[in-house]
Design a protein around this ligand. Structure first.
Ligand code: GAF
Length: 394
């Protein structure tokens, strides 16, 4: 991490600002074991923060009102005045940051200028939530530097709202929660209705979770993410009209859903059917992990993929190919696309001593078929956003 991320970020800061940063922060990406697209429908999700980060080098400038942010990997920079109202801009990456800032600009919070360089080992557009790491990372920085007394939950919610308002993506809360609340070696079960969460050991008994990156890039703004949300919102409206007594979406039964199928229309129907089944699968998956039933966990992952591909329709040929061929390999218990979809990674439950072989075989097949070099990430479940201990800075 030093070589690849922290030192180059630090060097860039020194070169650009001719000073030492006062703080280094690390904000992680995430994986999600199961529970896809249910975070905006009162569902449960099983995410975890990973050892891929955005690293921020930061210095406060009390004598100015200007905040300069350098996105090292993109070779871009942006400066804004902390005393003026901020608006969305053309640089998408900056909108995640400005969207956070706009929520915290009020008469109580006194900001001054800052110099920030950030760089990342979270691949962009790969479904590992680099955007949540960016927006929550920036909210965390403001909280620490300007003593805003925000809770972790508030930081996550501010990050999500920044996507809604400045980035135009109607995302759920899972990614921000994972980035803020992640814990080393623990998977989180998050109830997206109450935002209560609990951790449990990710004990996979000789199996590991490997990510295969299809290298098909997507952004949720242009993919189909917002449309899926609209389909689901329509479905919910019809359901609640007929069953107003039901409190949470997850309390609807498939019988209730069937009873409004015609009025809802076939598209919203299949989206809602997928969601209700997926929410149940997450509960079964959590039980399977706690009982050490890894075979069953694998089957649930594979079922999720089928639902995402045929009912929720957020997969793509490349991801379907990866999943189908991975499942044919010896030592594989389950595979599915991960995250919002339309590209990005698959997550695969593979016997540790078979992992190398499977990677090799799938990589070859994928290249042969699509002429794309798939990437493999072997991630470690890690802590959420934190300040990096300065004593290690060299
Ligand atoms: C994206 C969104 F940002 C999340 O909120 C979630 O809906 C996910 O897609 C799908 O589970 O990462």
């Amino acid at each position: 991490m030093h070589e690849q991320l922290i030192n180059p970020t630090l060097q860039k800061f020194r070169t650009e600002f001719k000073e030492e940063p006062e703080h280094i922060f690390l904000s992680p990406g995430r994986i999600n074991i199961i529970g896809e697209h249910v975070d905006y429908s009162d569902g449960f999700v099983l995410p975890a923060a990973i050892d891929k980060y955005i690293c921020f080098a930061v210095r406060k400038l009390p004598q100015t009102n200007l905040c300069t942010i350098i996105a090292k990997d993109l070779g871009e920079e942006y400066t804004f005045d902390v005393t003026k109202e901020v608006k969305p801009v053309q640089q998408m990456w900056m909108n995640y940051i400005l969207g956070v800032f706009s929520q915290l600009q009020n008469s109580e919070n006194q900001f001054c200028g800052m110099e920030i360089v950030f760089s990342s080992t979270i691949p962009m557009g790969s479904g590992l939530s680099s955007s949540a790491a960016l927006e929550c990372g920036f909210a965390y920085i403001l909280n620490e530097l300007f003593y805003l007394h925000l809770t972790k939950k508030e930081i996550a919610v501010i990050g999500q709202k920044s996507e809604h308002t400045f980035a135009g993506v109607q995302c759920g809360i899972m990614d921000q929660f994972a980035s803020v609340f992640g814990k080393e070696d623990k998977v989180m079960m998050l109830d997206c209705h109450s935002l209560e969460h609990q951790y449990f050991d990710a004990e996979l008994k000789g199996y590991s979770l490997l990510l295969f990156d299809s290298c098909v890039k997507h952004t949720h703004l242009t993919s189909g993410y917002n449309e899926r949300r609209k389909d689901v919102e329509h479905g919910k409206k019809v359901l609640w009209k007929k069953f107003p007594e039901v409190e949470k979406f997850r309390d609807f039964t498939t019988t209730m859903l069937d009873s409004v199928k015609e009025e809802m229309g076939s598209v919203s129907y299949k989206r809602c059917l997928y969601l209700l089944n997926e929410i149940k699968r997450v509960e079964m998956a959590a039980k399977a992990i706690s009982e050490g039933n890894i075979e069953y966990l694998g089957r649930l992952l594979t079922e999720t993929h089928a639902g995402l591909s045929t009912e929720f329709e957020v997969s793509c040929d490349e991801l379907d190919f990866l999943v189908e061929h991975t499942l044919q390999q010896e030592g594989v218990l389950g595979a599915r696309m991960m995250g919002g979809g339309f590209g990005g990674c698959s997550i695969n439950l593979i016997k540790e001593n078979k992992a190398e072989e499977v990677m090799q075989a799938i990589s070859e097949k994928y290249f042969e078929h699509f002429n794309i070099q798939m990437k493999v990430y072997q991630v470690k479940i890690s802590d959420g956003i934190k300040e990096y201990n300065n004593e290690y800075i060299i």
